[in-house]
Design a binder for this molecule. Structure first.
Ligand SMILES: *Cc1c(COP(=O)(O)O)cnc(C)c1O
Length: 567
């Protein structure tokens, strides 16, 4: 066990994130953003990248999902026990929220992957006896509560997190914001770097904006203005307080009408990036005048490669865990062994499906998978536009379908999608083998992204900033059948790494895309599975060598290190 002292000396980069998927038992994540942060931490440990991670403790977790007899999502609390996984640190810091002193303490999680190197994850916690009962809950519920609750959480993350790093003795030179939630850290840094010499006759404070911008990196994940966190200034005055930062100056940085966390982060970061090439392009159009780079996301190969494929890669590309770029040679593996490795993962998923839903599936029939946060723009209903067509396709070329996904408790339309899907599945159930796995989390994801044959994704362009589940699928030899958005826009080579649905244009329609999905399934994908197995396996190998070798988090972090951390 390495003491914090070692981290304190070596880590000069801090990565702030609202959520992080460290391990299945630690419920500090809800979806893609948290999984990306977790993959980032695992990769830093692999690569000896000295980064300290900062997040909230989220004791109450996000939600555990079951589905009731009517096909509706039922939300259960999903707490975890910090005492079992993390160790308390001595430091406490204070910040003022709604005029009250709020104390923040920290816990330490050591991220290590069996290598000598480890990275610290610092989890912030306001549940201490010193605090007013209202404030003890600030760090409990991930994405829970009202807008004002969210503002308090973001203050604890950005301001409390920066103060705790300092209290623990860290000397951080580079602050990386994973999405806008932590943007208050940049204000806190500005407060630390007042230009005393320029305090003019007006008494107005001048801040060293240039210095702070040199220290900050912002990764944006949201391709629509409506998705940004915004807080009305009346609320900001009440909760953050007018004395923390002069309101007129704050408005210059964070927007006139409301405090926009994305704008704040943009204005105070010297390096800004989107999470795929297309997303960076969209972001440039949204924020004219800002330079937005592209660092496409990647997934942590050792985490997401199934045991059977790990054995295959160990045999044919032995150093793939440290250098997943080597997967470019994975097509050396003989077809028969690739297929065997795949069927092993598929049988494991089929066993899980039967355990969770009672539905029996057949390893010889192609299995299509779709697992996503259930929300409007992901268009999970696209494949159910014409159930009779689906049935006719099945009669020509049998297939099976498995889905999973949670809706945010306040996303009424997302919950409605889950309910509608269950009605469709009910209608289909005596015609096509179909199943919905409850409680999509990283455990369920690991089975799905290795055990299906085809991975579906149907977002409405340009709303999928990147998407990462398709990368996890590809690294296990699954073939993607997806709308040309996010990462797939750059990774799809039709008929080689997978297939496109539609042409990626923004003015596409539901009907058009679902018709295209049915066409591809009926005329291209399923006939290939049954008619030309050699070609199918060739595509699996192309997918692993072209996508696995690039869309991994080792490549991503080497890019962050070279382009963003060292400037
Ligand atoms: C990978 C992952 C996601 C993100 O997948 P997308 O393709 O970006 O939707 C979400 N949830 C879980 C549990 C995951 O493992």
């Amino acid at each position: 066990m390495i003491a914090l002292d070692d981290f304190v000396r070596t880590a000069h980069i801090a990565y702030f994130t609202m959520e992080i998927a460290l391990r299945p038992e630690i419920h500090t994540y809800s979806g893609g953003l948290g999984v990306l942060a977790g993959d980032t931490a695992r990769t830093c440990a692999d690569l000896d990248l000295p980064v300290a991670f900062v997040t909230l403790i989220s004791r109450a977790g996000y939600l555990r999902q079951t589905i009731d007899a009517e096909g509706r999502q039922v939300e259960h609390p999903d707490p975890w026990r910090p005492e079992d996984w993390v160790t308390p640190l001595g430091a406490m810091v204070m910040l003022e929220i709604e005029g009250r002193a709020v104390w923040v303490r920290a816990w330490l999680y050591n991220q290590h992957n069996g290598t000598d190197f480890q990275v610290p994850v610092i989890l912030l916690d306001t549940d201490v006896p010193e605090n007013d009962p209202r404030d003890r809950e600030i760090t409990h519920y991930l994405y829970g509560g009202e807008q004002s609750y969210r503002l308090k959480q973001e203050m604890v993350l950005g301001i409390g997190g920066t103060r705790i790093l300092r209290a623990l003795g860290f000397d951080i030179h580079t602050f990386h914001m994973n999405e806008g939630h932590s943007a208050f850290l940049s204000l806190e840094l500005l407060r630390n770097y007042e230009l005393v010499s320029r305090k003019g006759i007006t008494g107005e404070i001048a801040y060293d904006v240039g210095r702070v911008r040199n220290m900050c990196i912002f990764t944006t994940h949201t391709p629509v203005h409506a998705g940004f966190d915004r807080f009305p200034y009346a609320m900001v005055e009440e909760i953050l307080g007018a004395s923390y930062f002069a309101l007129d100056q704050l408005k210059l940085l964070a927007g006139d009408d409301s405090l926009n966390m994305t704008r704040l982060a943009l204005n105070l970061s010297g390096y800004v990036n989107g999470v795929a090439k297309r997303h960076a392009e969209t972001s440039r159009n949204m924020f004219p005048g800002y330079r937005v780079h592209a660092i496409t996301n990647g997934v942590h190969a050792p985490t997401w490669v199934s045991p059977s494929f790990a054995r295959l890669y160990d045999k044919y590309v032995p150093d793939w865990r440290h250098e997943p770029e080597l997967l470019i040679w994975a097509d050396k593996a003989p077809d028969r062994e690739v297929w065997e490795a795949h069927q092993t993962s598929k049988r494991a998923l089929i066993a899980e499906i039967e355990k969770a839903s009672g539905v029996k599936m057949d390893p010889e029939i192609p299995l299509l998978g779709f697992a996503r946060r259930m929300t409007g723009y992901k268009r999970a209903d696209l494949m159910f536009q014409d159930l009779e067509r689906l049935q006719r396709i099945y009669q020509k070329h049998p297939f099976q379908l498995v889905l999973a996904g949670k809706a945010h408790p306040r996303d009424g339309s997302g919950k409605k999608i889950i309910e509608d899907i269950h009605q469709h599945l009910h209608w289909l159930s005596d015609k096509i083998p179909v199943a919905y796995l409850p409680n999509y989390d990283t455990d369920v994801a690991a089975f799905l992204v290795s055990g299906c044959d085809v991975w579906l994704n149907t977002p409405l362009p340009p709303l999928e900033a990147s998407g990462t589940s398709g990368m996890k699928a590809a690294i296990n030899g699954l073939l993607n059948l997806s709308v040309l958005d996010g990462w797939w826009y750059e990774a799809c080579i039709e008929g080689t790494t997978g297939w496109a649905i539609g042409d990626g244009s923004e003015d596409t329609s539901h009907d058009q895309d679902s018709a295209d999905l049915y066409e591809k399934l009926e005329k291209v994908v399923l006939p290939l599975y049954y008619g030309d197995r050699d070609r199918w396996i060739w595509m699996m190998k192309q997918t692993v060598s072209k996508i696995g070798s690039y869309y991994n988090s080792h490549r991503m972090m080497r890019r962050y290190a070279a382009d963003a951390y060292i400037r």
